[in-house]
Design a protein around this ligand. Structure first.
Ligand code: ADP
Ligand code: 5GP
Length: 206
C-alpha cells in the first residue's frame, strides 16, 4: 500500500519583543527532533551570538528588496527600521521533507499568513506583566535605552492583536511555558484530520 507522506505542521510563534520567543523556540527544537527552525532573511545588523544561516540570513537592504521584487517571500515586514521575511523556499523545503517548521515572526507576518489562509498553528506568547517584560529586555542588553523604550511601547499594540492566534501561552515560569508550548504541538499531532489514514487502515485490517 502506498503511504502518502504526511505534511508537517507550520508552528508559528509570536509575541512582543522580550517575551521569550527565541528561548522557547530553542527549547522546542531540542525536544522535537523532527522540528526545524524557519530561518528568516533580515536586514538587521548581526548581534553578538547571531549565527548566519542558523538564526537568520543576514542580507543588505538591496538584496532584500530584490527578493521582494522576485516574490520570494511568503510574508515580510518592517520592524524597528529593519526588514524581516520568510522565504517561500523555507516553507516548501519543510513541506517536501514532511517536517514540522517553527516560525518566530511578528504580528504583521501572522496577519499576512492568515490572509493567505496558510494552514498552521498560531501561538501567541504573553509576558506575565509589562513590568517583567521590561526587566527581561533590560537584562538581555541587546538594545540601547532608546530602542528598549520603543520595543516596550510597541508591546501593548502587539498584545492587542492576540485574537489572531489559536493558542495563548503565558511565559511566566520558563519551564512551565515550555511544557505548555510542547503540549500544543503534541495535541496538534493528535488531531483527527491528521490520523484519518490510520483509522482507514484499522477499519479494513483483517
Ligand atoms: P524574544 O525572542 O521574545 O525577544 P528572548 O527569548 O530573547 O525574547 O527572551 C528575552 C530575555 O528574557 C532573555 O534574556 C531570556 O533569557 C529571558 N527570559 C525568557 N523567558 C524567561 C522567563 N520565563 N523568566 C525569566 N526570564 C526569561
Ligand atoms: P529580532 O531582531 O529581535 O531578532 O526580531 C525582532 C522581531 O522580528 C521579532 O518579533 C521576530 O518575531 C520578528 N521576525 C523575525 N523574523 C521574521 C520574519 O521572517 N517575518 C516577520 N514578519 N517577523 C520576523
Amino acid at each position: 500500500m502506498s503511504m502518502k507522506k504526511k505534511e508537517g505542521i507550520l508552528f508559528v510563534v509570536s509575541g512582543a519583543s522580550g517575551t521569550g520567543k527565541s528561548t522557547l523556540c530553542r527549547a522546542m527544537l531540542k525536544t522535537f527532533p523532527c522540528l526545524r527552525f524557519s530561518v528568516s532573511h533580515t536586514t538587521r545588523p548581526r548581534r553578538p551570538g547571531d549565527r548566519e544561516g542558523r538564526d537568520y540570513y543576514f542580507v543588505s537592504p538591496a538584496e532584500f528588496q530584490k527578493m521582494i521584487d522576485r516574490g520570494d517571500f511568503v510574508e515580510w515586514a518592517e520592524i524597528y527600521e529593519n526588514r524581516y521575511g520568510t522565504s517561500k523556499r523555507m516553507l516548501d523545503k519543510a513541506r517536501l521533507g514532511g517536517r514540522d517548521l517553527i516560525l518566530d515572526i511578528d504580528v504583521q507576518g501572522v496577519r499576512q499568513l492568515r490572509d493567505q489562509k496558510i494552514p498552521g498553528v498560531f501561538v501567541f506568547i504573553l509576558p506575565p506583566s509589562l513590568k517583567e517584560l521590561k526587566r527581561r529586555l533590560k537584562n538581555r542588553k541587546t538594545e540601547g535605552s532608546e530602542a528598549l523604550a520603543e520595543r516596550l511601547k510597541k508591546a501593548q499594540a502587539e498584545i492587542s492583536r492576540a485574537r489572531m492566534y489559536d493558542y495563548w501561552v503565558t511565559n511566566d515560569d520558563l519551564k512551565k511555558a515550555g511544557e505548555r508550548l510542547k503540549a500544543v504541538l503534541l495535541a496538534e499531532h493528535c488531531r483527527r484530520e491528521r490520523l484519518t489514514e490510520l483509522i482507514e487502515k484499522l477499519l479494513i485490517e483483517k
